[in-house]
Design a protein around this ligand. Sequence first.
Ligand code: FCB
Length: 473
Amino acid sequence: MTTTVPSATAAHDALIDRLPPDFRFGVATSAFQIEGATAEDGRTPSIWDTFCRVPGAVDNGDDGDIACDHYHRMPEDVALLAALGLDTYRFSVSWSRVQPHGRGPVNPAGIGFYDRLVDELLARGITPWPTLYHWDLPQELQDAGGWPARDTAYRFADYAELVHDRLGDRVEHWTTLNEPFCSAVLGHVEGVHAPGGRSLADGVRAVHHLHLGHGLAVRRLRSAARRPLDLAVTHLLGTSGPATGSPADREAARRADAFGFRFYLDPILRGRYPQDLIDDLVVHGIEIPVQDGDLATIAAPIDTLGVNYYRSMRSSGVDGGGASHDAHGVPITRNLPHGGLPLTGLGWEVMPHDLTELLLRVSRDYPGTPMVITENGAAYDDRPGPDGFVDDTARTAYLAAHLAAVAEARTRGADVRGYLAWSFLDNFEWSYGYAQRFGLVRVDYPTQARIPKRSAHWLRDTAHRVRGAAPRT
Ligand code: FCB
C-alpha cells in the first residue's frame, strides 16, 4: 500500500498550459466545516450539530463548534484568498444562521455575515459563488420530517429566495445543492452522515425532494433576478465499471450507475428518472414519490453543472462468499477498489484518468451544459517541517494530475470552464472530524494560524501562468 502519487510532471504542465486565460481558478469550503460560532447571533442547531453529539458518530468526538473560527476571522481569510491570487471562492450559506427556524423571517445578523463576506470578496476582485445547501439542514426542519418529507423542498425554495433577496444584487453565480447523493444516501441510507438514518425508502424520498427543492429554487431565483444569473447544482460523480467481465458484475455496474449517477443527472438534465432505476427499486418495494409537474420543475434549465470528483469504484455483483443475492432475494451490488493504485490519506484511490472519462461521458450523454469542477482534492497527513513550511508534495501532485485530466477532457471536447480545489482550509471533515486534512492552507487548530502549503503556492502560480497577460474580466 502506498500513500504517495507521482510528482507533477512536464506532461501535466503541457496540458494545463492549454487551458484558456479565462479558465476559472478557485477554492471551495462549506459553512459547517469552517465557520464555528454555532450558537452565535441567533443561529440554531443544524442536523450536523445534533449528529456530532451522537456518541461514535464523528471520529474523536469532534464537532463544528469552533472549526476554523472563520465566522470571526472572515476578513483575514478573504485577504489570504486574495494573496493566493484566486479568482473564485465557493462557500456555503448556513440555513440555520440565515433563517433559524427553517421558515419565517430572515435573521439579520445571520445574513449580515454573508453580506459582509460578499462585499469583502468583491472588494478584492474575487467572484463569490455561494452554495445554498451543503448538508446542514436546520434541526427544526428535520424534526418536521427532513428531506424525506416533501414540504422541505418548499422550505428550501423560500430560503433560497430569501438569501437571493439580500445578496442577489451582487452575486451572479449560485449553486443550489451540494451533492444530493451524500445528503440522501450517506445521511438516510448508510447512516454515516446526519441525520444518521438507515432506510432506503427514506433515501429515495430524500433524493426526489432534494431535486424538487433545487428545481423550485431555480425557478424562484430566475423570476426574482435583477441581473443575469448563472445557476448551478453540484453533484458528486465518478465512474462505475464492472469489477470483472462476468454478467453479475456488469449488471451490478449498471445498477450502481443508475443509483449513483443517472439518478442525479437524468432528472435535472433530461427531465426523467431512468427506467432501469425505477425497475430496480420495485425489487425493494419502493417508488419515487413523483407528483404531477415535478419533473418539469426539476428540469428547470441550469447554466452550469458543478462536478465534484474524488475517486471512482468498480462494482461487483457477488458477495464475499460468491452469492449473487442476499437473504431477501435482492441482488448484491458491492463497490470495490481497483487495487494497485496510489491512495490518499483517507485510503481513496488516486485516479485522475477517470476524471477525464467522466467529463467526456457527461458531455456525450448530457450535451449542452457547461461544467465547472466545484470540488477536487485529497486528504494527506501533511505536517509542518522544522521551518514551519508544509511541503505537501503529494497533494500538489494530486491537484496537478487532476487539473491536467480536466485540460485533457477539454482538448477532447468537454466544456469545462473552471477548477475549484477542495479545500481552501483544513477543516471539519464530517464523520472523520479534524484528523483528515484537505486544506491547501494548514490550520493550526490550537492557535487558528493559517499556513499556506506548497499546494496553495502551486495553485496560485498555475492560475497566474494560465491567465498569462490577460486578467480575468
Ligand atoms: C465532498 C464534500 C465536501 C468534503 C469533500 C472531501 O463530498 O462536498 O464537503 O467533505 O467531500
